[in-house]
Design a protein around this ligand. Sequence first.
Ligand code: 26Q
Length: 828
Amino acid sequence: MTPPTLQAHGVDEKAIALGLDAASIKRDFIKKLYFDLAKFPGVATRNDHYLALALAVRDRLLHRWVSSARTYLEGEHRTVLYLSAEYLLGPQLGNNLLALGIEEAAREALGELGLSLDELVEHEGEPGLGNGGLGRLAACYMDSLATLDYPAIGHGIRYEFGIFRQAIRQGWQVELTDRWLQHGNPWEVRRWDIEHVVGFGGRTEHSEDTLGRLRVRWIPERIVKGVPFDTPVLGYGNANANFLRLWGAVAGEELDLDAFQVGEYRKAVEEKVRSENISKVLYPNDQTAAGKQLRLEQQYFFVSCALKDAIRLLLQRTTIERFADKYAIQLNDTHPSLAVPELMRLLMDEHGMSWDQAWSITTRSISYTNHTLMPEALETWPLDLMARLLPRHLEIIFEINQRFLDEIRERFPGDDARVQRMSLIGEGPVRTVRMANLASVASRRINGVAALHSRLLRETVLHDFAEAYPDRFTNVTNGVTPRRFVALANPALSKLVEEVVGRGWLTDLERVRGLEHVADDAAFRERFQAVKRANKERLARWMLDAHGLHVDPSWMLDVQCKRIHEYKRQLLNLLHALWRFDRLRQGEPVSEAPRTILLAGKAAPAYTAAKLVIRLTHAVSDLVERDARARRLLRVVFVPDFNVKNAQRIYPAAELSEQISTAGMEASGTGNMKLAMNGALTIGTLDGANVEIREAVGAEHFFLFGLTAEEVVAAREGYRPRDVVAADPELARVLDLLGSKELGGGDPGLFRPLLGSLLDRDPFFVLADFRAYVRAQEEVGRLYAQPDRWTRSAILNVARMGRFSSDRSIRDYARDIWEMAAVRVPIG
Ligand code: 26Q
């Protein structure tokens, strides 16, 4: 069933396609202000102006959205269903103006009304519906899917509260709630005609149908309704628009009414609150999978809505048997892995399929991306929780497990240990469901997110699966969208790039390689430097205005911004800062350029060690500031509330990118890519995508240090951090400082937990890598003292980062995993 065109309804599509010129935008802006916001110039607030502009822009993108939807429905294509518990989209206005190519027109329109576009762009907040890398990756992939004409729907959760806002009080992180919807969200469209009912709890009934086949009915104890909110995602340089469909939970009213009628009004209200809690708040943990029931409810809730919605759309056009031809389902980590039993359940219990039919469809549609090797981040859920919440799904999981382990026993006779390891059920004091194993048995393809990570995945966490199913495994190295992280964030650099390589580089980032030729051109280098300098000045102005933080734009800007985590080793960065401080205050000759060490990032609210690292950053900052000698050449600053918007200010200004995780621990990293694309040189370990970045830009333009992943494994046994300290007097002095009264603001015990952990176990080999890191930093200083050489390397970094565009990643997924073709939407 193809929807009729607008023409069939006597609507002239050209007439409703809105003008992209300044005059049309101005007219619509005023109309929006008046008719949607009931305001007029004079009484309108900045938020009104912002909303009016956003709504005028939204109208202009709806047109594309509708024509894309029609093109997709008409043909025989596969659609990607990207399932992710997180999307870290960033501000929308600037990006949508860029995609529509109407930034200048909008600027002019507002200018005529005495308003500033930049102020409105600046005014916009962001939907912080993710923690960090994984959520931002999902957003970059949505951008690339749209730009490359791949039909895709991103499914997720419309959290009412996104990631907390971070404030700093007396050097400590304080979490503030992120009420991102409170001033209205002009980008989303609620679909009132769609809702899906999601069950929880209850019991199952088994019976035989007239043909003697087993039929199972799940009778949930409670139901919640999922309602969709769509956010359009525009492609760049094409006519395509995809969308993100985020599900909000509302109470299933039938149930309320029942309770109400038997006089249990309070219970009915409680049920409603409980239901609506499901989409209330994003869990602020990355990398630790605490077994909270509500989190499991969230995961099942959105996955169930997504699959029911996919089936609804499918059945409008064809039959359920074609599911796997029409959809490629991508699991962004294991968070949506209940898609496996849910799809099985829907196909069997609701659509009458046999096990084998349903299993064939499930295993032909689903693929799984792994984002971590760290044991504490691998999701497992207590079996009894699963049994209580999702009794039917647990039955299906058991059945999958039985069939699967039978196959393994047959292929590896007598290997009980292997069977134990591969089982979907973990035995132990508490029996658990192992979500990585669940995702792996059912997936057509399993990928890691950088070459090193994919190899380690095959060698460690999923070794048995890789042995049993080698063909399922592949690598797709992460990428980032150059639209947001170069064009939007760094317009001055973009202009310079375009002058040299011409148009088209934003959708074909390999073309930036054309900059290689001008890296040796002194005049070009000067212009490149001027751009970096202007970006540093812009950042410095904002830091001063917004946070009262002083940074000198003539100093080297050394940046580490990412979630605070022990494995990411912000502590190593700070030990180096203390080492520098110690030398400077002793008046030791330092020939180097002055530098600002900038850190930014959120710590999970319950992660005490990470929060202490934030406190330490402020302590080091103050210590340096108090010393007249040190502060002439060194400054340490912490920028509060790292999010996409702030990231876009920081990346263009950065000169040194700190990618210093313990080798083998960072699956990929993506900040590393964003920084290098903006002309920062990397100091880093051979971890995650650093390995590939170094290969791409050339080893001589990358500051490498530290143990390799293999050396880390080998060093673990018999590692004695105290021996490292004993052999390195400078390190000993630095650690003395860490435990000192002057750093602790009178309390020498303040940082004792960090010091103790380093000396006793140092699980992340901070001390083991300290000396190599300091040496690499000295090399950094020497190169920075030669601006021509430094700038040449920076230009070559930009020139050679083409392969880290998320467009390349998405092409890899389309070819190796989804096996699908692009669908060009006609420009109309
Ligand atoms: C799981 C269960 C319960 C509660 C929370 C979670 C949870 C939430 C978020 C677990 C992990 C995350 C986020 C992980 C993440 O961001 N990983 C990063 O993914 C990036 C994209 O692939 C990589 O570049 C980073 O290396 C990786 O750390």
